[in-house]
Write a new protein. Structure first.
Length: 178
């Protein structure tokens, strides 16, 4: 499928290819904006998709390099679910989608582009977002530059990260601040 406007793709096409997993983050946060990392939790993190299906396409992934859901710990699963919930809330507040696709592709046969490190996708959807452009010309329109979206969403994810890290470990309660 062609993309009508995607200037960020040129960096990928012409730039050096990563020799390591794109989901294996360094401990420092110096590259978070460049890598589009929005939130770092205890067990997992949220990152924007550099090659999105729609504006606001996010991914939630554990820090550990695992490819099977059954290899994730209970804490990793719990935190990823909390992050999926928080991401959905933020996407709904800022993009007003009419729906959100949330999915996990396990294995190459299931469509996993990076099968070695599992990751959940969250894709905001609007009625007609796969309009005539996608149907007739196999083209998808991404109306906002990735870094503009990143900068717009970052303050919300800072609040979500603060809430996540303030979670009461004794009861497992998780609150979102408004």
């Amino acid at each position: 499928m062609d993309v009508l406007w995607a200037p960020w793709r040129l960096d990928y096409i012409l730039g050096p290819k990563p020799d390591a997993c794109v989901f294996c983050l360094p401990a420092h946060r110096n590259e978070d904006r460049e890598r589009l990392v929005l939130l770092r939790g205890r067990q997992a993190f949220v990152i924007m998709n550099k090659f999105p299906y729609n504006n606001g396409h996010l991914m939630v992934t554990p820090y550990r390099h695992v490819m099977r859901l059954q290899d994730c710990t209970r804490d990793e699963c719990n935190e990823m679910m909390q992050l999926l919930q928080g991401c959905t809330d933020i996407l709904c507040q800022h993009f007003n989608p009419q729906g959100v696709n949330i999915g996990l592709n396990l294995g190459e046969a299931a469509g996993a582009g990076i099968r070695e490190h599992l990751h959940f996708h969250l894709v905001p959807r609007w009625n007609g977002d796969s309009s005539f452009m996608a149907v007739f010309s196999e083209t998808r329109v991404i109306p906002e530059h990735l870094l503009a979206t990143y900068d717009r969403l970052t303050p919300n994810f800072h609040r979500l990260e603060k809430d996540l890290l303030e979670e009461d470990p004794t009861c497992g309660s998780f609150k979102f601040s408004s």
